[in-house]
Ligand binder design. Structure first.
Ligand SMILES: C[S@@+](CC[C@H](N)C(=O)[O-])C[C@H]1O[C@@H](n2cnc3c(N)ncnc32)[C@H](O)[C@@H]1O
Length: 353
């Protein structure tokens, strides 16, 4: 019997992510990043990027690499490795002990190994294609994500009723679908993704989950050939859904089209329908949205590491998001004391007005 979704898995995982700090420190030392940081005095971000372009030869103007350097600097600050005022290298991190073999940590570690080559201009390590399916499957099936998805569906008020229509947007390997089918076997679930690389695995997983509950699943699979991905309209009717589950996909939306993508998601929801997003909020300087230091550091480590995956745009600013959602016509999820964000900016629940 599986345990009920709880916040323990989530915070345990955030703490686990801190085990990667010494590895990132090693990486920065090996690559001469700290030395360059000290050389740039007074510290400016542009000056630091220029220095890294010169030596060790990072391709900072290509793709998301400049942003990755920015995330690294924020991580150094958050961990107390550089002074807040002038950016100068100051103290070393406290030694973390032990090695945790969590699926998320293993994925981040694999990504971190590729960072030096990627920053020098090598191609991305993982894509949403057949070659990377097994890696995504392991990473996305970790206990923290699984608890978060289940918690999110509870917060969204998903109902176990044949009249309740749930969309899993960007279903990937099908972990969210399997949980939906296991917890809400009567609901009518629609699954869409822009690639067919995940279809076979997701179908197997859903059939397994359905077999354990009722032996059937009310899933409608949208042919991936019908959707070209973010930036093109979803091949789904207006007002077709009571809820949309969008898990671990937000950081892959190109920055310039975020508003269009969320407007299109709103189009397929009924008025009063709910959108649930599993992601992270980028740690805000004012600490109003992401309070826990463990989660802030874990978020920056995650953002930096997954930066080597094709299409990664990173976690976004919680205040900008609040304005964007408000402008589109979403309001904070009703029924939960008007809150829209849970677990330090990890779960967002929005309602279409
Ligand atoms: C990290 S996976 C998350 C999968 C799944 N929702 C989960 O929680 O396990 C990101 C998902 O976004 C999809 N995706 C990535 N880039 C995309 C794009 N440009 N347009 C549409 N979907 C995209 C991928 O196919 C994948 O299903």
């Amino acid at each position: 019997m599986e345990s009920k979704p709880g916040i323990r898995d989530f915070y345990e995982c955030a703490n686990c992510a801190r085990f990667l700090l010494p590895e990132i420190l090693d990486l920065a030392a090996r690559e001469g990043i700290f030395r360059r940081l000290r050389d740039v005095s007074p510290f400016t971000f542009d000056g630091f990027c220029d220095a890294l372009e010169e030596d060790p030869g990072y391709a900072v103007s290509e793709g998301n690499r400049r942003r990755m350097i920015g995330v690294l600097v924020d991580l150094f600050r958050e961990a107390g490795w550089i002074d807040h005022e002038d950016g100068g290298a100051s103290r070393m991190p406290e030694e973390e002990c032990g090695r945790v073999e969590d699926a998320q940590i293993l994925f981040f570690r694999e990504c971190l190994r590729h960072v030096p080559a990627f920053l020098r201009g090598e191609p991305a390590l993982f894509r949403f294609d057949d070659r990377s399916v097994a890696t995504w499957d392991r990473f996305l099936g970790c206990s923290s994500f699984r608890s978060c998805r289940r918690m999110l569906m509870e917060l969204m008020g998903v109902e176990n009723s044949p009249s309740f229509r749930l969309l899993d947007l960007c279903h990937g390997p099908g972990w969210g679908l399997a949980d939906a089918v296991a917890s809400y076997p009567e609901a009518l679930v629609t699954a869409v993704d822009f690639t067919d690389s995940f279809a076979r695995l997701a179908k197997e997983r859903v059939n397994g989950a359905a077999g354990e509950v009722s032996g059937r699943s009310n899933i409608r699979w949208v042919d991936p050939g019908r959707w070209k991905g973010f930036g093109s309209p979803l091949p789904l009717d207006d007002g077709a859904f009571d809820a949309v589950l969008f898990s671990c996909g937000d950081p892959y939306i190109p920055r310039t089209i975020r508003k269009d993508v969320y407007r299109d998601i709103s189009r397929v929801l009924v008025p009063g329908g709910r959108l649930g997003i599993l992601t992270r909020a980028y740690p805000d300087p004012g600490r109003r949205h992401v309070l826990s230091s463990g989660v802030r550091i874990a978020t920056l480590i995650h953002d930096f590491s997954e930066g080597v995956c094709a299409g990664w745009e990173g976690f976004s600013d919680p205040e900008e998001n609040a304005r964007m959602f408000e402008g589109i016509g979403y309001r904070e999820g009703r029924g939960h004391r008007g809150r829209k964000s849970f677990l330090d900016g990890t779960l967002w629940v929005l309602e279409k007005r």
